[in-house]
Design a protein around this ligand. Structure first.
Ligand code: SAH
Length: 218
């Protein structure tokens, strides 16, 4: 134990996390708000035990079931692109280990993140993990292509798996006019990160934010 009651390892993780945030500050132009969210979330609690020592490297990591947690810079960039604020209601498709959801929850606050996960075992383990870490995130097992109509409309929505044929219509419908959707779209080898701004007429304006690599939407 150290003077403030934490363990040596907690201190090591906190130092590594703060180094990561410094790196993101230099290499990206994400806001201090987003950086503070990244600094607040203990990523080592979300990765498999064998990967804890590299939890604060800026790279994707395996989380089991053939899925991966995105690199911290990608989580930070996507969070920033959502343009979210305290109290906004956010839909996530692809809960995975819950890391990205936790970063989002740091920005919008408790009870405002709704996340859909396809793999029941991942959803269950992540529910317990987020609960233990004190994050109030709603998780539903199901197909994210259907969105989460009963919990919407959302101020912002994002996908953490790539939609080959573009953002599914129910997710667009479930996002309020003026709201934003951030998603990887496209097939293997040709995915782009896009930001859609939903218009009042049900259409959307689209911005391209470069090439990316995500696991596919099932
Ligand atoms: N945000 C996650 C990243 C998870 S990887 C994190 O921080 O860990 C993408 C996730 O999307 C995987 O967990 C995968 O099971 C899930 N997924 C894939 N297709 C899906 C679908 N149709 N509906 C919901 N989740 C899906």
């Amino acid at each position: 134990m150290t003077a403030n009651g934490g363990t040596r390892r907690d201190d090591d993780h906190a130092r590594a996390r703060s180094r990561l945030v410094d790196q993101l500050r230099r290499r990206t132009d994400v806001s201090e708000r987003t950086l503070a969210a990244v600094e607040a979330v203990p990523r080592h609690e979300f990765v498999p035990r064998g990967h804890r020592s590299v939890a604060y490297d800026d790279r994707p990591l395996p989380i089991g079931h053939g899925q991966t947690i995105s690199a911290p810079h990608m989580v930070a960039i996507m969070t920033d692109l959502l343009g979210i604020d305290d109290g906004d209601r956010v839909l996530e498709i692809g809960t995975g280990c819950g890391y990205h959801a936790a970063v989002t929850a740091e920005v919008v606050g408790p009870g405002n993140v709704f996340s859909v996960e396809y793999v029941p075992e991942l959803a269950e383990a992540t529910r317990e993990r987020l609960d233990r870490l004190g994050y109030d995130v709603d998780i539903r097992v199901g197909d994210g292509r259907e969105g989460w109509p009963s919990a919407g409309p959302f101020d912002a929505s994002y996908l953490t798996c790539a939609a080959a044929d573009g953002v599914p219509e129910p997710i667009i419908q479930g996002t309020r006019p003026g709201g934003v959707i951030v998603a990887p779209v496209g097939g293997e080898g040709s995915q782009r990160l896009v930001r859609l701004t939903v218009r009042g007429d049900g259409g959307f304006d689209r911005e391209d934010h470069g090439g990316v690599r995500f696991v596919p939407l099932q």
